[in-house]
Design a protein around this ligand. Structure first.
Ligand SMILES: [Zn+2]
Length: 114
């Protein structure tokens, strides 16, 4: 029964030093005068099949969807209306009307619901 076998092993790809924790290899990582790594060398996990990371590159569809998040002219008009109504209400009733106050974020969310 070996507990060590269950621990992950990480190895520096450059100098081959093995540790049981991941991170930067202190021997191979280059630090500047203030101790900030300027050329970090990450240890790699042993006995671990490297999975090809699926970098999510934005597709054209994502781009179109993102643009659709922009409020339409009609929505903007409505937002302005609501903002005006809100500020008027706050001005009129003073500090006690804080509960009725709608934040800009809430107004945008409300307009987008429609
Ligand atoms: Zn190293």
């Amino acid at each position: 029964m070996s507990l060590m076998a269950q621990l992950a092993s990480w190895e520096c790809p450059q100098c081959g030093v093995k540790t049981h924790y991941k991170g930067l290899c202190r021997e191979c990582t280059e630090y500047d005068d203030t101790g900030i790594p300027v050329k970090p060398v990450y240890r790699v996990r042993l006995n671990h099949t490297p999975t090809t990371h699926q970098h999510k590159t934005p597709t054209k569809t994502d781009f179109v969807n993102a643009r659709r998040r922009q409020p339409s002219k009609k929505q903007l008009e409505k937002m302005k209306e609501m903002l005006n109504a809100t500020s008027r209400r706050v001005d009129g009733e003073g500090e006690d009307s804080e509960e009725d106050f709608m934040s800009v974020g809430e107004i945008i969310a409300k307009v987008e619901e429609e």
